[in-house]
Ligand binder design. Structure first.
Ligand code: DC
Length: 220
């Protein structure tokens, strides 16, 4: 199977770009952030402290997370409930980042990711795909952009979805999450040694997709 790993900080456009590239190449697109978001959402609903391993780990035995691919688009199910939209709030983002620093949570979601990659040609995006989940991926891309540009894009995306947010809060939340995701002890966000770095600060969406598709085509 052909496995492409795309990692990078929040708001770099990973999901939009990876989705478009996957469509062009005929692969499935797997958004692994949705898995951490689902665990985070469950912890939020249970009103536990999402950064406390002692409080989050016992919940794992109550949780089933599944990914389904409907018309090529991914939906995530938490105990059978489709939570694909609900996991996108700023609260769920922070909860995801918090629970993702817990080793038992990463272990819990590991096999699911590996099994999908074994069975499908896929582009998988996340933070540790090239470094931990798919170290043997044929192509690894680290997709990034400046924090301000990422915040601007995320702000537009959330506003278009009707969420009431302000730019400063979005920027602050992204920076907090970047710091936390890059500085945690386990599986921190960092480019794999053999990754190609694509910086999209100065290029538009179409150019970013072309760049990523070209990087992939050159290597497979
Ligand atoms: O990609 P995203 O913004 O939806 O991810 C939400 C959080 O989940 C992110 O802040 C860190 C965590 N995450 C992770 O630790 N490893 C992954 N492979 C994907 C996401």
């Amino acid at each position: 199977m052909i496995n492409i790993a795309i990692d990078g900080p929040g708001g770099a456009g990973k999901s939009t770009i990876a989705k478009a590239a996957a469509k062009e190449l005929g692969y499935i697109y797997v958004d692994t952030g949705a898995l951490y978001r689902s665990v985070g959402l469950y912890a939020l609903r249970k009103d536990v402290k999402t950064d406390s391993a002692d409080e989050v780990v016992p919940l794992l035995k109550e949780i089933t997370v599944e990914l389904k691919f409907i018309d090529g688009s991914q939906r995530v199910f938490l105990n059978g409930e489709d939570v694909s939209e609900e996991i996108r709030t700023p609260e769920a983002s922070m909860a995801a980042s918090n629970v993702s620093a817990i080793q038992a949570v990463r272990d819990f979601l590991f096999d699911l990711q590996r099994d999908i990659a074994k069975a499908n040609n896929c582009i998988m995006d996340g933070r540790d795909i090239g470094t931990v989940v798919l170290p043997d991926a044929q192509v690894k891309i680290f997709l990034t952009a400046s924090a301000e540009e990422r915040a601007k894009r995320r702000y537009i995306q959330l506003t278009e979805k009707g969420q009431e947010v302000n730019y400063e809060d979005v920027l602050k939340e992204l920076q907090e999450r970047d710091y936390q995701d890059s500085h945690r002890e386990i599986a921190p966000l960092k480019p794999a040694d053999d990754s190609v770095i694509v910086d999209t600060t100065e290029i538009n969406l179409e150019q970013s997709i072309d760049t990523v598709v070209n990087v992939i085509r050159e290597r497979i």
